[in-house]
Design a protein around this ligand. Structure first.
Ligand code: SF4
Ligand code: SF4
Length: 409
C-alpha cells in the first residue's frame, strides 16, 4: 500500500443527538455463530405488523416525551432481512406518519441494520435499499479471513459444520458500491486471537476501510490470552504502519483516547446507551436495550420496562437513567491508570452480577484492556515517530481516518 487517497471515514450518524429505537423483528437467523450472545434464538417469535404499528404509534403519539433531534430506527434479529416484507411496511408507515403529523423527525431519521449479509443481494432487499438509500445505514458482519470467519460464523442445522464466508463475501462489492464508507464490526473471543492481524488486513484488502473490532464482554478468557492478544495487536500495528494502511483505513483497537486515568469529577458518564434507547420485541414488550430481552440473557430474567399497550413504566426505567461510572465500578476501576476506553455492557453486567442488579460492573475484560493499551501505546509511538521523520504529522492529523472506538455493541 498505498496509492489510495487519504479518506475520512463516515461519522456515526447524529451520534449523541439521536434517539435509538430498535425493533427485534425476528429471533431467527440462518447462522448459528458460536460466539453469539443470543441464547434463545428461534423461528417462532416473529414480530407482527400490529405490534410494530402499535410501537410506532406509541412513540409518535408522544412527541414531547421523545424530544431528541433525530431518530435511528434500528432493525435487528436474529437476521433482520429475513423479515424484509415487514420492515418495508414499517418504514413506509414511519415515513408517511412523520409527514402526516408534521413531526420534528421528518427528514431527520435513519433506518439502520446490522446484517449477516447473506440475502443482501436478494430482489426484495435490493428493492428496499434502492427505495430508502439516502436514509439507510447498513453494516455487514464479516469477521476477516475465511478461516477466521468460518471458525465461528457457521450455518445453522445438523450435519457437518459449514462456514458462511463465501456466502457473505460475494455481497461485499455490491454493499461497498451502495455504502462506500461502510464499516464492519468484528467480535473477538478467545479462539479468535491468533487471527486478528490477518483478519483486519484481509478486510482492508476487501475495500472495507473501517474495522470496528472489540473483544467480547463475557468471561471467556483463558490464562495467557492477554499476552497473545498484545502480540497480535503489536504485529497488526507493524503491518498497518509499515504497509501504509493507516493513511486510509482505521481499526478501533487503536485509538488516541484510550489508556489514560479518568477524572472521577469530570468523566463519570455511563459507557453504554442502555435506557437511552428503546427496544421492542415480537410480544410488544419494551426493553432498555435488546440485551435485556430473554433471548440475550444466560442467567437472568428479562428486564421489561413496559409494553406497547400500557406504555413505558418510568419506575422501571429510572435506574438506567441514573447509571454512571462511579456508582457501578469497583474501586480498582476508579483508581485505574488506564481506565479510559475500558468498556462495559450494561446487559452483560446484569447477566453476570451476583444479584438482579444493573449496578455491578463486570470486569472480565480487565487484562484484555490492559494488553490493548500496551499495544496501542506502541502503535501511536511508532506511527508518530514515522510521521515526524517524514514531516507528515500535520497532514495526517487533519485527515486521519477514525474508527468508532466507543462502539461496543
Ligand atoms: S476493568 Fe481493569 S483495565 Fe478496566 S478500568 Fe477496571 S481495572 Fe482498569
Ligand atoms: S453495550 Fe450492551 S447493554 Fe449497552 S447498548 Fe450495547 S448491547 Fe446494549
Amino acid at each position: 500500500m498505498s496509492d489510495t487517497k487519504i479518506k475520512k471515514q463516515e461519522e456515526p450518524w447524529q451520534g449523541g443527538v439521536a434517539k435509538n429505537i430498535t425493533f427485534i423483528v425476528t429471533k431467527d437467523c440462518q447462522l448459528a455463530c458460536k460466539y453469539c450472545y443470543l441464547v434463545g434464538k428461534n423461528e417462532k417469535e416473529r414480530m407482527s405488523w400490529e405490534t410494530a404499528k402499535a410501537a410506532i404509534d406509541y412513540v409518535l403519539d408522544r412527541e414531547e416525551e421523545f424530544p431528541q433531534e433525530s431518530v435511528v430506527w434500528d432493525f435487528i434479529g436474529g437476521e433482520p432481512f429475513l423479515e424484509i416484507d415487514l420492515i418495508d411496511r414499517i418504514c413506509d408507515y414511519i415515513k408517511t406518519e412523520l409527514y402526516r403529523r408534521d413531526h420534528h423527525w421528518f427528514d431527520s431519521y435513519r433506518f439502520s441494520f446490522s446484517t449477516n449479509g447473506i440475502n443482501y443481494d436478494s430482489e426484495k432487499v435490493q428493492r428496499f435499499i434502492n427505495k430508502n438509500l439516502s436514509h439507510l445505514s447498513i453494516g455487514i458482519t464479516i469477521d476477516g479471513t475465511r478461516r477466521k470467519h468460518d471458525l465461528n460464523r457457521i450455518w445453522k442445522g445438523s450435519g457437518p459444520e459449514r462456514g458462511s464466508y463465501d456466502d457473505v463475501v460475494r455481497n461485499i462489492p455490491l454493499w461497498l458500491e451502495q455504502f462506500p464508507g461502510g464499516g464492519t464490526k468484528v467480535t473477538i473471543s478467545s479462539a479468535d486471537i491468533p487471527y486478528i492481524k490477518e483478519s483486519v488486513l484481509h478486510l482492508y484488502g476487501l475495500g472495507i476501510h473501517e474495522v470496528n473490532i472489540n473483544v467480547v464482554f463475557e468471561d471467556v478468557w483463558k490464562e495467557g490470552d492477554d499476552r497473545l492478544f498484545e502480540d497480535q495487536l503489536m504485529e497488526l500495528a507493524d503491518a498497518i504502519i509499515d504497509g501504509g494502511w493507516y493513511e486510509s483505513c482505521s481499526c478501533s483497537f487503536f485509538s488516541e483516547n484510550i489508556g489514560k486515568p479518568l477524572d472521577p469529577e469530570l468523566e463519570n458518564q455511563n459507557w453504554c446507551g442502555a435506557g437511552m434507547m428503546l427496544a421492542v420485541d415480537a410480544a410488544g414488550n419494551f426493553y432498555p436495550c435488546t440485551r435485556f430481552a430473554a433471548y440475550s440473557l444466560r442467567s437472568k430474567k428479562p428486564l421489561i420496562i413496559g409494553n406497547v399497550r400500557d406504555g413505558i413504566d418510568q419506575d422501571k426505567l429510572r435506574p438506567f437513567l441514573t447509571l454512571d461510572r462511579l456508582t457501578q465500578s469497583p474501586q480498582k476501576c476508579i483508581d485505574c491508570e488506564v481506565a479510559s476506553g475500558c468498556a462495559w455492557c450494561q446487559g452483560e453486567n446484569y447477566d453476570a452480577a451476583d444479584t438482579d442488579t444493573i449496578y455491578q460492573r463486570s470486569t472480565a475484560i480487565c487484562l484484555m484492556h490492559k494488553a490493548r493499551v500496551r499495544a496501542n501505546n506502541y502503535y501511536w509511538n511508532k506511527l508518530f515517530r514515522k510521521l515526524e521523520l517524514e514531516g507528515k504529522k500535520e497532514e495526517y492529523e487533519k485527515n486521519k481516518p477514525e474508527a468508532n472506538a466507543s462502539l461496543t455493541c
